[in-house]
Design a binder for this molecule. Structure first.
Ligand code: HEM
Length: 273
């Protein structure tokens, strides 16, 4: 595995970690880590193991700490707690309180510092150097930015294009200048980084899962059973957090989205499973 990947690129996940997590309705939200100095004294073993998520105590996890999965995946109306954005910000506990590290050493208890020092010790090239090696115009071309940070800075870019998981493989291939096999129907989104548009216009988006179908465009989100029944509709311009189902007020929009988006994209009726 290339060092550029393990010591920099794939560590992007550090910016997604939250400063605290709720795991179920019983246990109060806990910080990801508290600094060792703020942990309950060593004798208070049960309070200590409930203080944060570091785990690996002699007594294992408290019995109430079972994960209620809707807090982590979209399984109900409430929705999961989101991971943080992939960008240059890192949650506080990861910068000051890494467990297991010598807490007197600020370099060791900070994950960003470890990533940066590790990159330097391994002799990683700068982000600008890697960008030039990939024939890309680097950000901030007169600087030499550590690769891990550079990649997070690049990731801060956003686009309104409706992206989905079937775009991942074509995008990775596109970034490596490899033509995607014809069987792959997704779009190469790496072109967005060069300020270009993907080949396929995508003014709306549809997907199916089990016996459900889902569609959205710039204005509305609609989902329901894949025979068109039991639909919910949200006006995401007026109601971005999707609190009010307006399907019964606008059956014509539900019908239009089902027919001209879902049935049209599916090429006919959607199979029942
Ligand atoms: C609470 C969450 C996490 C913690 C506390 C954590 C902590 C760490 C630590 C302490 C290291 C070693 C740093 C060093 O001394 O160089 C490390 C390495 C690494 N982390 Fe994380 N990490 C977390 C989440 C993630 C996520 C979500 C990803 C990716 C999606 C990730 C990817 C990596 C990779 C690729 C390495 C390098 C592994 C290697 O070179 O063998 N980490 N992490």
């Amino acid at each position: 595995m290339p060092l550029e990947f393990s010591a920099a690129a794939y560590r992007y996940g550090h910016s997604q970690v939250r400063s605290g997590y709720t795991i179920n309705n019983t246990v109060p939200t806990r910080p990801t880590f508290v600094p060792d100095s703020q942990l309950p004294p060593a004798g208070q073993v049960f309070e200590r193991r409930r203080a944060d998520f570091r785990g690996f105590t002699r007594f294992g996890l408290p019995p109430q700490w079972t994960i209620d999965w809707p807090f982590f995946f979209q399984l109900d109306d409430q929705g999961p707690q989101p991971s943080l954005k992939i960008d240059t910000k890192i949650a506080g506990p990861l910068t000051t309180a890494l467990p297991g590290a010598n807490q007197d050493d600020a370099d060791l208890r900070s994950l960003p510092r470890r990533n940066l020092l590790g990159g330097a010790a391994l002799g990683l090239p700068s982000g600008q150097w890697v960008a030039r090696a990939m024939d890309e115009v680097p950000l901030d071309p007169l600087q030499e930015t550590p690769l891990w940070y550079y990649i997070l800075k690049e990731a801060g870019k956003t686009s309104d294009y409706f992206a989905s998981t079937h775009d991942v493989a074509p995008t990775v291939l596109g970034a490596m200048s490899i033509e995607q096999p014809r069987a792959m129907q997704g779009q190469d989104l790496s072109v967005l980084l060069d300020g270009k548009d993907p080949e396929q216009r995508r003014p709306h988006f549809t997907l199916g899962y089990d016996n459900y179908a889902w569609a959205r465009d710039d204005r509305y989100v609609m989902f329901g059973l894949n025979d068109g029944s039991d639909a919910k509709l949200y006006d995401i311009e007026a109601d971005p957090s999707m609190g009010k189902d307006i399907a019964s007020d606008h059956p014509e929009i539900v019908k239009r989205m089902f027919t001209s988006y879902i049935l049209n994209d599916a090429g006919g009726p959607v199979p029942k499973y």
